[in-house]
Design a protein around this ligand. Sequence first.
Ligand SMILES: NC(=O)c1ccc[n+]([C@@H]2O[C@H](COP(=O)([O-])OP(=O)(O)OC[C@H]3O[C@@H](n4cnc5c(N)ncnc54)[C@H](OP(=O)(O)O)[C@@H]3O)[C@@H](O)[C@H]2O)c1
Length: 274
Amino acid sequence: MRYQIDKKIAFIGSGNMGEALIKGITGAGVFKNKDITVTDIRRERLEHIRRLYKVNITADNRDVVKKADIIILSVKPQIIAKVVKEVKDLVDRKKLIITIAAGVTINSIQDMLGKKARIVRVMPNTPAIVREGVSAIASGNAASEVDIKMAEKIFNAVGRTVIVEESMMDAVTGLSGSGPAYVFLIIESLTDAGVNMGLPRDVSKLLSIQTILGSAKLALDTGEHPGKLKDMVTSPGGTTIAGLHALEDGGLRAALINAVEAAAKRSEELGKKG
Ligand SMILES: NC(=O)c1ccc[n+]([C@@H]2O[C@H](COP(=O)([O-])OP(=O)(O)OC[C@H]3O[C@@H](n4cnc5c(N)ncnc54)[C@H](OP(=O)(O)O)[C@@H]3O)[C@@H](O)[C@H]2O)c1
């Protein structure tokens, strides 16, 4: 296997998102497994990660930062300050820090590490587990083009990436960060809808999931405006327009706009608290 990046990478915190990224980058062969080290305060998490992904593990955050070129901060937002303070004397211009913590600004980390610290902030989402995630990448003033390219390479291994201004991160969190939960709610609702119309639950669930997956793939592959793709299914006086009428009547469009707005505002509030 050809490895894409010849550097040492560390993950501080290997919970849900840390594991998703480790699974993706080991699966894609972005780094050599011997160059990946993972820390956590939970011994059983570390054993689980080593067993599944054959990477190095340690409970020592300082040791791993000392040796790594790239450090991914993948602990909960409220733990970030504690971890950064623990390792700050070991971070110099040679090391790239990538934070995935929701609501934690690049500035707040630079306040602890110094204005010259190379920091990139990324907002991934959970479909990264199956390498179909989407991650938004924003960079601090001390990070270079090469640093952004590095983040793109890492996060492209678990899906797709977009580059945004950091000021857009709350909107990204409300849309794609929280978005998988909206889609799961829609899948659950469509499944219930099929059951309501007499379909067996397993049949209804598969029809719902594959309809969403297939529609998403069609939109992505063709690049067509979703309105045009919708019109392709909607014949005059037919079944689909009757269903669409009911959805508009129920306010689906406004409900989704409100959901993203509410989640983005909550992200902003949590960021100010932290
Ligand atoms: N999950 C998502 O959908 C998602 C999406 C985008 C971004 N994120 C971001 O990703 C980050 C991680 O989220 P998550 O859902 O993966 O959280 P998580 O499952 O709680 O994972 C964090 C892991 O770090 C461990 N930990 C706590 N303190 C530590 C320390 N001092 N040193 C090393 N490890 C430590 C935790 O152990 P304990 O459980 O014992 O504390 C836990 O195993 C968060 O900042 C979140 O905002 C998550």
